[in-house]
Design a protein around this ligand. Structure first.
Ligand SMILES: *[C@@H]1O[C@H](CO)[C@@H](O)[C@H](O)[C@H]1NC(C)=O
Ligand SMILES: *[C@@H]1O[C@H](CO)[C@@H](O)[C@H](O)[C@H]1NC(C)=O
Ligand SMILES: *[C@@H]1O[C@H](CO)[C@@H](O)[C@H](O)[C@H]1NC(C)=O
Ligand SMILES: *[C@@H]1O[C@H](CO)[C@@H](O)[C@H](O)[C@H]1NC(C)=O
Ligand SMILES: *[C@@H]1O[C@H](CO)[C@@H](O)[C@H](O)[C@H]1NC(C)=O
Ligand SMILES: *[C@@H]1O[C@H](CO)[C@@H](O)[C@H](O)[C@H]1NC(C)=O
Ligand SMILES: *[C@@H]1O[C@H](CO)[C@@H](O)[C@H](O)[C@H]1NC(C)=O
Length: 622
């Protein structure tokens, strides 16, 4: 990886930005753009983090808000996934010398300790960790109560990865005691969650489909390996970490012979061609990992093949008119997946930038390994890059230096061409939204100032400058001979030393509430009741029900809820209308006695078979 003379670039740019602001960013060189935008992006990230973030007044200390946007779409929440990915980049930036960021990291740690204990629609921390699967919380750290795609199982793994990287840094500074008493208890809960639920379905990173997600599995694997290493440094057990080989085994199953399929174990069908897999590869990137590592690094043949299939999908001008006429050797604007309809399905900054980062990672890994292997799987990727390349060949730095360097420089240039696409569609103030239109002129749309977009820019710029996070992959990783469906029962406790409230666990029994209720599109059903675990008739704490089994023949809404055992509860269902019309209550109150609990069991011990009683709603036409 070539190091660029960034100091010179910055100096010339500071001059340029004073004289020619109106022409920035399209008229400057890519080097100049990256140098200036990297700083804008870092400030953009920090402006979205409470309590001092200038764009997110009201956000609690240490909470990373997804975007200041409060309407169309409302992203004024903290997502566990986005926050953790952002913090990972903040920790990188801190380790590369930006010491002022330590307070941001420390605030995040304390905020997460408390967040882990917030009772939410996915459940509670105690006794089984279910609450950790909640995807998002209000900006003040309270539970978010809307109907949502939950649980999402990548969040705890990503948070563990970010906290482990910071912990390893602290240990290198002699602060092992602080790690063990304050940070490890937070990490341990998240590792327990990954070890217990990696083999259970959940919603993907786009919060749309429930199944198994490549991105989730890959990060769960990394978290369990990272966690196992930290646990042994701290001389403390990590039972969940022993699941890592089975998670790795499962990770291999996403390969379909042509590309890595993003989502499996799904009820619905999709091509599975999705940014999920390239975002997974860059989030587990280790510059020292061998390319054939089963952790599926960016330079793995299967990752390269998937990258090619994914990018080529978006070269289709019928899908993305904005990419029409771009030569096959150049980067294009990239979106989430070809079937996407969200905001009509457009390119995303973080994915286009992620593609650049992926290719910088690939070039760096080849350079470190000193070998580039072209096999039948990766041949299409190489052929597009360098048409005269031989299939089934190995190029080493020592024996084939010319071809070796040629492949590295072509890949670096290809990476730059993706960064240049982002440059092309960056507005004059450098603010990165979530998306830009797939039709010319590629105007930014959806959530403004998306934290994850900014963070992805900073991360891309680090890799482009040859700055890499610490290694984590063991060179000797082997796969189990057979994959097994396993799970390790987790151990969960509030991280009180980091500021979590000292909550205790009641003994609970899980009740599956099922109600037939015909609803119109946009109407939701909630469950509430007189006990505190059913929200004490307060709709702010009612339990959102799920409609994923709803059909014309059976209008089923359901929710699986652990309730304090032995109590008799009065409960009922409520309709939430689509345009803020008053909620509609059932005309009866129902009664249920919660069965005695079985210590440690999350099995369903009682099930209702209800049908809505009362008036129905109608759409507000808003
Ligand atoms: C559980 O693991 C087994 C073995 O790897 C795999 O076949 C199965 O699809 C997995 N299921 C889920 C939901 O992860
Ligand atoms: C490369 O090797 C594979 C497996 O040995 C073979 O199937 C394939 O045809 C070879 N490709 C070329 C272009 O030689
Ligand atoms: C990995 O394997 C190599 C060679 O087989 C050996 O020299 C090295 O000690 C091993 N490393 C670990 C961490 O086991
Ligand atoms: C938390 O509560 C438990 C049970 O009441 C108690 O044993 C423990 O000492 C408390 N921990 C802290 C840190 O206060
Ligand atoms: C809830 O209602 C049931 C049934 O009427 C009653 O037995 C129970 O005591 C009530 N619980 C609370 C907390 O008021
Ligand atoms: C259900 O119970 C609540 C709380 O006691 C009460 O306010 C409400 O009127 C009851 N509803 C019906 C339909 O009896
Ligand atoms: C709910 O609908 C299903 C399917 O039509 C039916 O079998 C079941 O009896 C219904 N439950 C109630 C309480 O009406």
């Amino acid at each position: 990886m070539m190091l660029r003379s960034s100091r010179l670039v910055l100096a010339s740019l500071l001059l340029a930005s004073h004289v020619a602001v109106a022409e920035w960013p399209q008229s400057v060189s890519l080097d100049s753009f990256v140098a200036t935008e990297q700083e804008i992006a870092l400030q953009g990230v920090l402006a979205n983090i409470g309590p001092d973030g200038t764009k997110v007044p009201g956000a609690a200390a240490g909470l990373v808000i997804a975007s200041p946007s409060k309407t169309n779409p409302n992203y004024f929440y903290t997502w566990t996934r986005d926050a953790a990915l952002t913090l990972k980049t903040v920790v990188d930036e801190f380790m590369f010398g930006n010491t002022a960021l330590q307070v941001v990291i420390e605030n995040y740690i304390h905020a997460q300790a408390a967040l882990q204990t917030v009772t939410n629609p996915s459940g509670t921390l105690l006794p089984s960790g279910l609450g950790l699967g909640e995807p998002k919380y209000n900006a003040d750290g309270t539970r978010y109560n809307g109907n949502w795609g939950r649980p999402q199982r990548d969040g705890p793994a990503l948070r563990a990865i970010a906290l482990i990287q910071y912990s390893n840094y602290l240990i290198s500074q002699g602060e092992t005691d602080k790690v063990k008493t304050i940070i490890w208890p937070i990490i341990a809960n998240d590792l327990s969650y990954a070890g217990q639920y990696w083999n259970s379905t959940g919603f993907d990173l786009w919060e749309e489909v429930s199944g198994s997600s490549f991105f989730t599995t890959q990060n769960q694997y990394r978290a369990l390996v990272d966690g196992g290493n930290l646990a042994s440094t701290l001389n403390t057990p990590c039972i969940a970490c022993a699941q890592a080989p089975q998670v790795l085994c499962f990770l291999q199953s996403y390969w379909n012979g042509k590309y890595l399929v993003a989502n499996t174990n799904l009820a619905t069908s999709r091509s599975g061609i999705d940014a999920n897999t390239l975002l997974g590869a860059i989030s587990v990137f280790d510059v020292n990992a061998p390319c054939n590592s089963p952790s599926l690094q960016p330079c793995h043949s299967r990752s390269l093949a998937s990258f090619k299939v994914f990018v080529d999908t978006f070269r289709n001008p019928d899908l993305y008119p904005i990419n029409a006429g771009v030569p096959a050797s150049d980067g294009v604007a990239l979106g989430r997946y070809p079937e996407d309809t969200y905001f009509t399905g457009n390119p995303w900054y973080l994915i286009t930038l992620g593609a650049a980062e992926f290719l910088y990672d690939v070039a760096a890994q080849w350079d470190t390994e000193g070998t580039i292997t072209v096999d039948a799987t990766s041949y299409p990727f190489f052929h597009a890059l360098y048409p005269s390349i031989r299939a089934n060949a190995t190029y080493t730095k020592r024996c084939k230096p010319i071809t070796f360097q040629k492949l590295i420089s072509l890949t670096t240039a290809y990476a730059d061409s993706f960064a240049a696409v982002a440059q092309n569609y960056t507005p004059a103030d450098g603010a990165l939204a979530e998306q830009f239109l797939k039709t010319s002129p590629g105007t930014p749309i959806s959530a403004e100032r998306l934290t994850w977009s900014f963070a992805s820019f900073v991360s891309m710029a680090h890799r482009r400058a040859g700055k890499f996070p610490p290694s984590w992959v063991s060179p000797n990783t082997t796969l189990p001979t057979t994959c097994e469906a396993t799970s390790a029962k987790g151990v969960y406790a509030p991280a009180t030393a980091a500021g979590a409230p000292n909550i205790t666990a009641p003994c609970t029994s899980t009740v599956l509430f099922v109600v037939n209720a015909t609803t119109y599109y946009g109407e939701n059903i909630y469950l509430t009741g007189n006990s505190s675990d059913l929200g004490a008739w307060n709709l702010d704490n009612a339990q959102p029900m799920q409609s994923s089994k709803y059909s014309a023949t059976r209008p089923e809404w359901f929710a699986e809820i652990p309730l304090t055992a032995g109590q008799t509860v009065s409960y009922g269902y409520v309709r939430q209308e689509d345009c803020g019309q008053p909620w509609i209550w059932e005309s009866i109150n129902r009664t249920l006695t919660v069965p005695a609990c079985v210590e440690g069991s999350t099995a369903v011990l009682a099930e209702t078979d209800d049908a809505w009683v009362g008036s129905v709603g109608s759409g507000g036409g808003c």
